[in-house]
Ligand binder design. Structure first.
Ligand code: SF4
Length: 386
């Protein structure tokens, strides 16, 4: 029996309810966290992700909790925290908001580093401040706030980091099971990415077979959030154009060798994932992938158009605008950019631009595809063997 005044016993793991804000690089690492937590015995039904970003979410749950002026993908996190703390029918036990230092990018080993944006890394501390400035809103709601610092591109460090950062939240956690769970997380993330890349390859093979155009979105992972990217690609898809996200482009050896083999043999780059020819200071993971996306889009004939998205006040995207546009346009691919995206969807201008894009595609896609095909090396693995 518990003596009066002693703290309640911790919930057993399968009863623990863990909230995770659906923000920033959670968009490209969520499968890691699901694999990690379920391996530790947390019931997946008890892992609660906050909703997609919306102005309503910010108004209802984040008002008055902003701390610093910042880009919208960081600013909106107050609404996500607030929804997890104040907006749940069934109370959470833990709010997990990892400070991700680097990312397990497919370019890892071919670029200088795979760091997250400093604003991404610091966001949990920044946003937390708005919830503890008067009273500790987490403690008042009976929620344990944990924000483990984690280097997801250095798997050997991860068990130590997550054991240190999570042991207060997960009852009875040991180092050994943290290591096993981290392996499970990486496996889940790999399998998820492989599945999506396979789907993208099917789309590309269909385009190659039918000689049909598709579009590639080049943006940061959190532009997949309908409240951040405003579903611009969905509006375009409604016109019948398949959409590929650069993050999940197929990276099979046959396709990479076909697309980049000549450049490797000519000594311009060392591998298909080397971007030194266009971006020598390859430190930021998402930025590196954006540049690589431009290179691959330029080389694939059926990618007739690139859609670039970036957020208002994003200092990381600023220097990439010109190189990305030049790489894409010099290959004859159409390029349209939606910059300075903020909290409100600019519906009128998006509608006009979507109509413009589809007009150009109808008029020029066939010619773009045939010009890019003529410039491409022979033996494209996306096309059925003759
Ligand atoms: S990369 Fe840009 S949009 Fe993303 S967190 Fe950093 S500054 Fe904000």
């Amino acid at each position: 029996m518990r003596s009066a005044g002693s703290p309640p016993p911790p919930s057993p793991r399968n009863k623990l309810r863990i909230g995770i804000p659906r923000v920033l690089n959670l968009w490209n690492t969520h499968q890691f966290w699901m694999g990690f937590l379920t391996s530790l015995g947390v019931d997946p039904r008890n892992v609660v992700f906050s909703s997609d970003t919306s102005e309503e979410q910010g108004r209802q749950f984040g008002k008055g909790r902003g701390t610093v002026d910042c880009c919208y993908p960081v600013k909106c996190i107050s609404g996500h925290y607030g929804e997890l703390v104040f907006g749940q029918k069934q109370k959470l036990d833990v709010l997990l908001s990892p400070m991700i230092y680097n990312l397990p990018s497919f370019l890892s080993g071919h670029v200088a580093k795979t760091l997250t944006c400093p604003r991404v890394m610091a966001a949990p501390e920044n946003i937390k401040a708005g919830f503890i400035k008067e009273q500790d809103a987490f403690a008042e709601a009976g929620i344990k706030y944990v924000s483990p610092f984690v280097s997801l591109d250095e798997p050997r460090l991860v068990p130590k980091q997550l054991f240190a950062g999570m042991r207060e939240a997960i009852p009875g956690l040991t180092y050994e099971e943290t290591a096993t769970a981290a392996d499970a997380g990486f496996r889940a993330l790999r399998e998820f990415s492989d599945r999506l890349r396979k789907k993208s390859r099917e789309v590309l093979e269909w385009c190659a077979r039918e000689d049909r155009a598709c579009l590639m979105v080049i943006a940061r992972p959190y532009h997949m959030d309908p409240g951040i990217g405003h579903e611009i690609e969905v509006d375009l898809q409604a016109y019948g154009y398949p959409i590929l996200w650069m993050q999940y482009f197929p990276i099979d050896a046959d396709l990479m060798d076909w697309a980049f083999g000549e450049d490797i043999r000519a000594g311009h780059i060392k591998s298909a994932f080397d971007i030194r020819d266009v971006w020598p200071s390859s430190y930021s993971s998402n930025t590196n992938e954006i540049l690589w996306g431009a290179k691959v889009a330029a080389r694939i004939p059926w990618i007739a158009c690139v859609i670039r998205m970036s957020s208002y006040e994003c200092g990381m995207d600023q220097p990439t605008y010109t190189p990305v546009q030049q790489i894409v346009e010099r290959s004859g691919t159409l390029f349209f950019s939606f910059q300075d995206l903020d909290s409100t969807k600019p519906s009128g201008s998006v509608k006009i631009r979507v109509e413009t894009i589809t007009h150009y595609l109808e008029k020029y896609a066939a010619a773009i595809i045939s010009r890019k095909k003529a410039a491409a090396p022979p033996g494209c693995p996306l096309r059925p063997a003759a």
